[in-house]
Design a protein around this ligand. Structure first.
Ligand code: ARG
Length: 465
């Protein structure tokens, strides 16, 4: 017999059908989870009285030997191995003989693969958060010395109001903190054990599922065997988390690409994270950031691919579910490559404070002029309108807002005194926004403290799941 299910079949599988059906080429990556799951299941069988102590020992030794083969790269996949589950069982039989046939008692590949994939996803989640924390660390390191470094803040990519470079750095820290928190939350739901669901109707041999769950490090068991084998929410959720991380990295990358142009010149990438052009000798391209931005496409695609695969499924397990793995692996691999590069590029970024300061223009303090009027009791709408007229007048004269004369100001409104000149101070503008979450140096120093605290808490939750 060459398949696990060959009993009722007489003819061989069509060659192309076999290739179509097999998943070993990609699900071989589940080997460690599969062996861990099988070891725990063997112990559960023994606890239920379905294996003698000797049989248990034999199965565990055999599985340990297979694990060693995989770890050494010595496991030989055979043409008959349909997927990782059949491969491990086939090898176990070669190593320990007929008793291997007892391991699958009451178990189906349906609850087995759901369990394997959850174990795999959990491990990957924690690794991913670790890599995410390194990007945050790089942002914190860059922010630290720059709470007083002025730069133009943009909305619609138009100069808006002065902010500090540290404030910009931290604006990219918090989205990643939400991502890490979201992944930890997703991990809590992922850590529910489907094993014991059987094919769809439940295990008939009195397997103690809670003990099995504890053995595998799961916090809970799935509550319905039909749902247990069909549920891939944890895959979709993790893919969403990956996609949103991709979007956040892409936005960070886009800012840095713009900031690194000759036109802006705010930052310079280290040579280790930039590349040249094969034709134009002068070029230094921000490829690291462009790839980070570009890869967000496949991260979103993988999420859409799995959601689409799931949407029309009837109850319980269907082979469509085999299509859950490649998108998941691809998103995890993509971020595993992307995150350290983004961390490195951010960490080694050179900040050009003079260029940032030179890009500030007095018109960016127009809001502060309106606020000056508000402090004199002028309603904000009126203040906004009067300041707009001052901007128009300066524009019409071809001068900067700051260079309007006292009589120019007075001609617009008697509320403008000579002290309006004092408004034109970028540092003062920054300092005035001392509200929590604002860009004032003292507020950003407080923000930095909360960010470090948040980072430490995330780190703790990752280190002690
Ligand atoms: N290779 C399959 C998958 O990845 C394992 C489960 C197969 N179950 C089945 N009833 N054919 O989904």
């Amino acid at each position: 017999m060459s398949t696990l299910w060959g009993g009722r079949f007489s003819g061989a599988l069509d060659a192309q059908m076999k290739q179509f059906n097999d998943s070993i080429s990609f699900d071989i990556r589940l080997w460690e989870a599969d062996i861990t799951g099988s070891m725990a299941y063997a112990r559960a069988l023994a606890r239920a009285g379905l294996l003698t102590d000797d049989e248990l020992r034999t199965l565990l030794d055999g599985l340990a030997a297979i694990r060693a083969e995989f770890a050494q790269g010595a496991f030989a996949v055979q043409p008959t191995d349909e997927d990782i589950h059949t491969a491990v069982e086939r090898r176990l039989k070669e190593l320990v003989g007929e008793v291997a046939g007892k391991l699958h008692t009451g178990r189906s590949r349906n609850d087995q693969v759901a369990t394997d994939l959850r174990l795999f996803a959990l491990k990957a989640t924690y690794e991913l958060i670790g890599a995410l924390l390194k990007v945050q660390e790089a942002l914190l390191t860059q922010a630290e010395p720059h709470t007083e470094t002025l730069m133009p803040g943009y909305t619609h990519l138009q100069r808006a109001q002065p902010v500090s470079f540290a404030h910009w750095c931290l604006s990219h820290f918090w989205p990643l903190a939400r991502d890490a928190d979201r992944m930890l939350d997703c991990a809590r739901r992922t850590a529910a054990l489907p094993l014991g669901s059987g094919a769809l109707a439940g295990n008939p041999f009195g397997i103690a599922r809670h003990a099995l769950a504890r053995d595998l490090g799961f916090h809970a068991i799935t509550q319905n065997s039909i749902d247990g084998v069909g549920d891939r929410d944890f895959v979709a959720e993790l893919l969403f988390d990956c996609a949103l991380i991709g979007v956040h990295l892409s936005q960070l990358a886009e800012d840095l690409i713009v900031f690194s142009t000759a036109e802006f010149g705010f930052v310079t990438f280290d040579d280790a994270f930039a590349t040249g052009s094969s034709l134009m000798p002068q070029k230094k391209n921000p490829d690291a950031m462009e790839l980070a931005r570009g890869k967000s496409g496949r991260l979103i695609g993988n999420l859409v691919s799995v959601l689409t695969m799931l949407k029309g499924l009837p109850m319980a397990y269907n082979k469509d579910l085999q299509e859950d793995k490649e998108p998941l692996f691809d998103s995890l691999d993509t971020l595993r490559l992307t995150l350290p590069v983004v961390a490195g590029a951010v960490r080694t970024l050179r900040v050009n404070a003079e260029r940032m300061a030179a890009a500030l223009e007095p018109a960016m303090l127009a809001t502060d002029v309106a606020e000056y009027l508000v402090r004199k009791g002028v309603p904000f709408r009126e203040a906004h309108h009067l300041t707009g007229r001052a901007v128009a007048l300066a524009e019409q004269r071809g001068i900067s807002l700051q260079d309007l004369t006292p009589s120019d100001w007075r001609s617009i409104s008697p509320q403008f005194g000579t002290d309006v000149a004092q408004v034109f101070d970028f540092r003062q503008s920054l300092a005035s926004r001392a509200v929590d979450g604002g860009t004032a140096p003292e507020a950003v120093r407080r923000q930095l403290r909360s960010a470090r605290q948040e980072w430490m808490q995330l780190k703790q939750r990752v280190d002690t799941p």
